[in-house]
Design a protein. Structure first.
Lengths: 335, 525
């Protein structure tokens, strides 16, 4: 049976009618399959939750041990279970620690929800695996050909050059607390930056969690009222919302940076008052999105949150059956 | 070229003027001639590249990118240069010489490559560049950098670089050409100041402060004279032994656009005045003047139908003498005498408004006709010297109060540049027989917080989307201010507003209580 007959979009999110469960629902529901731990995909208060062990750990860290009401069910990558007669398995998405694609199979047809994903190597998570299927549901956060993320090493090099050029300035970098933060730290360590990296309090718990999963982040320290004034020439990571916050005022001569795929668009960087935009993303860029359609090879593509019109157009031009799946509630800016 | 691209990138993202200054000073100190001089010309907008056209850039990118994807990308990014910089594909065959030429070679290439070969030359450069370098090249071609460095700031930095007063730079500025090697030699004390007397140069103009209520008490007839404030184009008209020139108040040479105005000046002088057009024996409205704006070489018919004239109010140089230090009243006598002596056609003296009580000024201001080319009063100190810039006290401008209506938001469009991701461009209308008719469009007048809130409102109240435009629910009321209203057959409503701007968002006011079209009729005055 074609997935269109057993999958539908409801106000709470994508719903599997046969199995009576949601994927990444925006509101608390009875049964939820969660692809990854970002707050717009993983909400608290579901009855039963299926996700990878790492994603469940992230949900516990963010929402407490009782983020679910009935059960939480860890799934290993590739392990298949039945939910209400639908075969469900999770597969690596390469987005952040624990991130997964969800594969659903029912009555001889299969559909894969990519969740958020990227194709570049990331030492903090398992690499994306193309999973053959009849319908591939892809994200489209950066689905315009203007989005081509430069190599991560180049962006890290720009940051280190700026640090050498302005040793009197505290380099404050806005990063998403889950994934981007730890990815930036790992990339800095890989580039040979061995100094202490300073953190806004919002990053601490998730960095500890990454370390508990064996991802070494080097020496980290929290910014405190006592050490804040001594951080000239240091790297400080904070959530994007704290960049222009009163919190940053006590830091010495701040040079505002931000690490995000959106930083490619000049006006967006300037709107946010960013002086050093670093184009670093945990999402696939245009080339990765289009390559993934080919690698997965599904004859039919549904496109969710982001710039769906361009990717639908491209897919149709290239012989796929494609349509937009209009989902509300996933945040454009969440990276 | 690499160093210049990095400079532009840093200037673009640097918000503080003091830091922009430092970046420019460092660049001047570390970049050799003639590259730094061309950088000054590019940033200051004094480099013309007539063959580098937007259409050429569009053709180049259309040949490389799917038109639909190009359109979607352009719509999203909001600016062509940046869109093309990001979209430009990596060439299949890597270029032979991956190194970029220095800036002066690029400038020479853009200037001297024959028109037919220019697209290939530009494409060859773009193939070798990173996205920020492509952006820099395309911005050089587009001519408008928008990096937050004004011509004034640039001159200030040059003054600082050479430890010279800014006035000296401004006086020299229109007498030197890119790449300004003589200017830099002088700033670095390797040579005398460049000689510019044999050229027609622009003299920096004097500007007025708005008159505020707290300063009404200063305005007494013994000290201040009153003139009308004209709503034309402020110009400086120059004639010397070697010819004539017409400059805008920022020093742009517009001689080519108004040859008819220029030829009227028949004596050696630098005059300050207002460019207006004549309709029959009357002065034309701003609407009439608009027929002439932006025409680089007007036709004979256009000049016959809308002849340009000047109403002059000050003299800076007269027959070779710098009269700026003289008091206003003396300069005016000199000006009056010269006009009487030479009897130029099409140049008239701005009349003074006789007054002995402040209430007469208020009456004069209130009497300004909605459709005239007068937008208020000028108040000038009798003893004031002509000083460049905007000193406080000697000159005040006192504009008429704006007119107001409450209009309903109908359509919203995404802005460009800094506001490219926001709905910041609004069309609004007034009621007639239960239907809204659009009366105008405006962008500015919001704080960033209001802009965000409006953007959100638009996204949540969209009825239909047409590309970058959204039709919204007719539920939000704007208080719209404007200088004048006149009848127009081009608008469905039958009216056109002069200089409309959104003065307030009336979150509190129901759309049904917004104004009817008849409100405009009443404001026609």
């Amino acid at each position: 049976m074609h997935p269109r007959d057993w999958i539908e979009v409801r106000p709470h999110g994508v719903y599997c009618k046969v199995g009576d469960f949601y994927i990444d629902p925006m509101q608390p529901v009875e049964r939820a399959v969660v692809t990854h731990g970002h707050a717009d995909h993983a909400r608290a208060g579901h009855g039963h939750v299926w996700a990878t062990e790492a994603t469940l750990a992230i949900m516990r860290a963010r929402y407490g041990e009782t983020h679910y009401l009935m059960t939480e069910n860890p799934l290993a990558y590739g392990e298949a279970i039945e939910i209400g007669g639908v075969r469900v398995s999770l597969h690596p998405a390469g987005h952040i620690l624990g991130s997964a694609q969800a594969r659903l199979e029912h009555a001889g047809a299969s559909i894969v929800f990519s969740g958020d994903y990227k194709r570049r190597p990331d030492p903090t998570c398992a690499p994306f695996e193309p999973v053959p299927c009849d319908v591939f549901v892809t994200e489209a956060t950066f689905a315009l050909p203007v989005f081509r993320h430069p190599p991560l090493e180049d962006e890290i090099a720009r940051l280190l050059i700026s640090l050498a050029q302005f040793p009197e300035r505290c380099h404050l970098i806005g990063v998403y607390a889950l994934g981007k933060c730890q990815g930036m730290i790992r990339a800095l360590r890989a580039a040979g930056y061995g100094e202490t990296i300073y953190l806004h309090g919002a990053m601490q718990k998730l960095c500890e969690l990454y370390e508990s999963f064996g991802i070494a982040l080097g020496t980290l320290e929290l910014v405190t009222p006592e050490n804040a004034r001594t951080l000239a020439g240091k790297i400080v990571l904070c959530p994007p919302s704290a960049l222009q916050d009163r919190w940053s005022r006590k830091l010495p001569d701040v040079l505002t940076a931000a690490a995000s795929g959106w930083m490619r668009i000049r006006a967006r960087a300037r709107q946010k008052g960013v002086e050093l935009p670093l184009v670093v993303s945990d999402h696939a860029d245009w080339d990765e999105l289009t390559q993934t359609l080919v690698d997965v090879g599904a004859p039919e593509v549904w496109v969710t949150h982001g710039r769906d019109d361009a990717l639908v157009y491209y897919a149709q031009q290239h012989g796929f059956k494609a349509q937009a799946l209009h989902l509300l509630g996933y945040e454009d800016d969440s990276e | 070229m690499k160093a210049f691209s990095q400079l532009l990138e840093k200037l673009y993202y640097e918000p503080a003027t003091s830091a922009k200054e430092r970046l420019l000073l460092d660049y001047f100190a570390t970049t050799p001639d003639p590259d730094r001089g061309f950088a000054v010309a590019i940033i200051g907008g004094s480099l013309s590249l007539p063959n580098f056209k937007r259409g050429m850039v569009l053709d180049l990118i259309r040949a490389r990118v799917d038109p639909q994807l190009l359109a979607m990308s352009h719509d999203y990014v909001g600016e062509l240069s940046e869109t093309v910089a990001h979209l430009w594909p990596t060439p299949a065959i890597p270029p032979n010489d991956p190194e970029l030429p220095p800036l002066h070679e690029v400038v020479a290439g853009l200037r001297h490559t024959p028109k037919a070969r220019l697209p290939d030359y530009v494409a060859g450069l773009l193939d070798r560049m990173t996205s920020p370098e492509r952006w820099a090249l395309l911005k050089i071609g587009a001519g408008a950098l928008r990096i937050g460095v004004s011509a004034r700031l640039l001159k200030q930095v040059l003054a600082k670089y050479g430890n010279q007063p800014i006035e000296r730079i401004e006086t020299l500025w229109h007498g030197v050409d890119p790449p300004y090697e003589a200017l830099f030699a002088w700033l670095e004390r390797r040579a005398e100041a460049p000689v510019v007397h044999e050229r027609l140069t622009f003299t920096p103009v004097m500007l007025a402060h708005p008159l505020e209520e707290k300063d009404y008490g200063l305005i007494v007839p013994e000290t201040y004279v009153a003139e009308w404030k004209y709503d034309g184009i402020r110009v400086q008209c120059v004639k010397s032994a070697i010819g004539r020139a017409l400059f805008t108040r920022t020093g742009d040479d517009i001689s080519g656009s108004f040859p008819d105005a220029l030829e009227h000046l028949n004596f050696h002088a630098v005059l300050d005045g207002e460019l207006l057009v004549q309709r029959g024996i009357e002065l034309g409205s701003f609407n009439d003047l608009q027929q002439r704006l932006g025409r680089k070489s007007p036709s004979g018919k256009l000049m016959a139908d809308y002849p340009a004239t000047m109403t002059v109010y000050d003299v800076l140089m007269l027959e070779g003498e710098d009269v700026r230090p003289l008091p206003y009243e003396s300069r005016r006598e000199l000006l009056q005498g010269a006009l009487h002596k030479y009897q130029p056609v099409g140049i008239s003296l701005s009349p003074q408004i006789p007054w002995h009580e402040f209430s007469q000024l208020e009456e004069a201001r209130a009497s300004v006709d909605n459709l005239s080319v007068i937008e208020g009063l000028m108040l000038k100190r009798r003893d004031s010297a002509y000083v460049a810039g905007r000193p406080t006290g000697p000159w005040y401008k006192w504009k008429i109060n704006p007119k107001l209506v409450d209009a309903v938001l109908m359509y919203a469009q995404r802005g460009s540049g800094r506001r490219s991701s926001f709905y910041s461009d609004f069309t609004f209308g007034l009621w007639r027989d239960g239907e809204l008719l659009p009366i105008g469009k405006a962008y500015f007048g919001f704080t960033d917080a209001e802009l965000v809130e409006l953007d959100k409102w638009v996204r949540h109240h969209t009825l239909k989307t047409f590309g970058p435009v959204r039709e919204v629910r007719k539920e939000l009321v704007f208080e719209v201010a404007f200088d004048a209203v006149h009848r127009s057959t081009r608008h469905k409503s039958g009216y056109a507003l002069r200089f409309p701007r959104i003065s307030r968002i009336r979150w509190d006011k129901p759309a049904s209580e917004a104004d009817h079209l008849t409100a405009l009729e009443r404001l026609m005055g």
